[in-house]
Design a protein around this ligand. Structure first.
Ligand code: ADP
Ligand code: MG
Ligand code: ZN
Length: 598
């Protein structure tokens, strides 16, 4: 029964989605155009905005899925002005709502925020707007807990509805309803009553989370199964994606960053994401020692310092901000030319958001991730206790381990979309250096060796971290932990890849142990290892290509729209005779050669 209902709901959504909502012959179409130009001073809609606006003005419940920065707010702000009555906007963060109310007020659009932080009198005035038939306020912003915790708010909202003034309920960041998402907020579940309490009032949910499971869950929780889902593409064609080999020492990392800032990204603005406050402070200090103007940003700084740092970056005094992910909200700098991840993100969702802060102006920008196996455990020990935490992280690791498929393809998969290679336009490292037939390593014999090492250690009551496992495998470290066979005939870097590959495939698993100061990840044999014994079982890992990247030369080509074929490869050598490249690795990632600039 459940599955039948799900199929019917899905059919409903598909049918609704097959309607072309972006028409211009609705009774409100002229009004919509005028409001866009005269009130918002915007010349034209971005993809899917008009469809979202028409559908909600038609009274449909709808969920709008667009990447961050695509312009979701307009989808409820504009309709609010086209029809009489009040739009209630639910949003999780006061600061976000304050920003919106401020910018609406600047455009002479009457909007108000109901807070619990302001004075009694203030919130009382805001609450009375709901009851006041004469009020000229068009949009009212509230946090979700209002619906659960404020009787007075609910009573006033009832009155507003009874008077026929409740025009629409917009729920921003609507994925917060779902536990499957990455940002579950318990207060959002109270919003499930709205569709029954206010029949005929269209609900408009908005989010940048596109996974099918989250969207169906949201529909279920809001009691609007089978509603229209309007989704724009998540492809950002002007962003170049790249994985960079991360050296083992912090000093070498800083050297790479220095070279990038002084070379490839000279005079450009960007962000360097780290995964700890300490890293962000250390790297800032080191880069400053080397004469670079960078700011540091994390949650432990007080609000005024943070604002200062942000402004200095905005005004180009700082070339880059070295930040934790606390740096994100309210970045409206459109000419961010690079986002470097010094440590991998905790999920693809996060990576997409963080890297997506580059290139908002539509011009070419680069998203570079520094990857090495050790960082997997830096992050896993932080996320393993949250539901889906490891699974999300492993999605990110798969992206990093990939060296044979277009990076866009992997990002698209995450958003349940399909983007062909053609959509990449050589805007990722893999497409830039295509490998005609990637070499593969047969992992079966190595699986046996690794499982043997782990069992042998276990018998001696020794737990192995990934590094220790790697040591024993390469016949390093304590002799009693080593295996009896030969060491692998490939590099340690590739060995790291093998271990990470086996982890994300559940052939190996992490086992977490707390100490007084930290959490340690040990490696154990995973549930899929059994299958390896089967003769007919094949387990080959495509060898990642460690492609070349010019740290000091600027990117070779400016991004051109997809129709134009960009002939030259990334970092082409035209007119740049003495280019230094820090590390050049052969396809097998075997030996690291160093070339010095002359
Ligand atoms: P989202 O909520 O999807 O992250 P916002 O609604 O905050 O994005 O909009 C991001 C920016 O894009 C805002 O500055 C907004 O004014 C601008 N914007 C929205 N729609 C358009 C448009 N059609 N043309 C130009 N700018 C737009
Ligand atoms: Mg938004
Ligand atoms: Zn590609």
């Amino acid at each position: 029964k459940v599955s039948l209902k799900n199929s019917i709901d899905k059919l409903k959504t598909d049918t609704l989605a097959s309607v072309d909502w972006a028409g211009t012959t609705y009774e409100w179409s002229q009004d919509v155009q005028n409001t866009l130009k005269n009130v918002f001073h915007i010349e034209s809609f971005r993809p899917k905005q008009l469809g979202a606006i028409n559908s909600t003005l038609s009274g449909q419940h709808a969920i709008v899925v667009m990447p961050t920065g695509a312009g979701k707010s307009l989808c409820y702000q504009l309709p609010a002005l086209v029809k009489p009555g009040l739009t209630v906007v639910v949003s999780p963060l006061i600061s976000l709502m304050e920003d919106q109310v401020r910018s609406l007020t600047n455009r002479c659009i009457p909007a108000k925020l109901i807070t619990s932080t302001g004075s009694k009198e203030e919130s009382s005035i805001a609450l009375d707007i709901l009851k006041d038939n004469e009020s000229e306020i068009k949009l009212i912003y509230v946090t979700p807990e209002r619906f659960a915790k404020s009787k007075r708010f609910m009573a006033n909202l009832q009155k507003c509805y009874a008077d026929g003034r409740l025009q629409r309920i917009a729920i921003d960041e609507v994925h917060c309803c779902s536990q499957w998402g990455h940002d579950f907020r318990p207060d959002y579940k109270y919003l499930g009553i709205l569709s029954n309490m206010f029949p005929n009032v269209p609900i408009l949910g908005l989010t940048a989370t596109a996974t099918a499971s989250v969207l169906t869950d949201v529909q279920k929780i809001l009691n609007i199964p089978g509603c229209l889902v309007i989704k724009s593409t998540f492809n950002r064609p002007n962003l170049f994606y790249k994985i960079l080999e991360k050296p083992t020492s912090q000093e070498e990392c800083v050297t790479i960053l220095e070279k990038l800032l002084n070379g490839r990204y000279k005079g450009e603005s960007g962000i360097i994401y780290t995964n700890s406050i300490k890293d962000s402070e250390d790297i800032t200090k080191e880069l400053r020692k080397r004469g670079l103007r960078v700011g540091c940003y994390h949650a432990n700084l007080d609000a005024s310092t943070r604002t200062q740092v942000h402004l200095k970056w905005h005004d180009k005094y700082y070339q880059a901000i070295v930040a934790t992910v606390a740096f994100g909200m309210g970045i409206d700098k459109s000419d961010v030319r690079f986002v470097i991840h010094h440590t991998i993100s905790k999920s693809m969702e996060n990576y997409y958001q963080e890297s997506g802060r580059a290139g908002r102006d539509g011009l070419r920008a680069e998203c570079v991730t520094m990857y090495r196996m050790q960082d997997v455990f830096k992050v896993s020990t932080m996320v393993f206790s949250s539901s889906g935490g490891l699974e999300h992280l492993y999605g990110m690791v798969k992206y990093c381990l990939n060296g044979t498929q277009c990076r866009r393809l992997l990002i698209a998969e995450h958003f349940d979309e399909t983007w062909g290679d053609a959509d990449c336009n050589k805007m990722c490292d893999v497409c830039c250096h295509p490998v005609s037939n990637a070499k593969e390593v047969n992992l079966k014999p190595h699986c046996k060796t690794l499982a043997g090492i782990i069992q042998n250690a276990d018998q001696q009551d020794v737990k192995l971290t990934a590094q220790k496992l790697l040591d024993a495998w390469f016949l390093k470290g304590p002799v009693n932990l080593r295996h009896k066979g030969k060491e692998p005939n490939f590099s340690r870097v590739l060995g790291e890849d093998v271990i990470a590959y086996l982890l994300v495939g559940n052939y190996l698993i992490e086992d977490f142990h707390y100490t007084a100061y930290s959490t340690i990840s040990y490696i154990k044999v995973g549930p899929n290892m059994d299958a390896v014994d089967d003769d007919s079982f094949i387990l080959n890992m495509p060898i990642r290509r460690y492609s070349h990247f010019e740290l000091q030369a600027p990117p070779a080509t400016d991004y051109k729209p997809a129709i134009i074929t960009v002939k030259s490869e990334e970092g082409s050598k035209t007119k740049k005779p003495k280019i230094e490249s820090l590390t050049v690795k052969s396809e097998e990632g075997s030996k690291t050669k160093k070339r010095k600039s002359s």
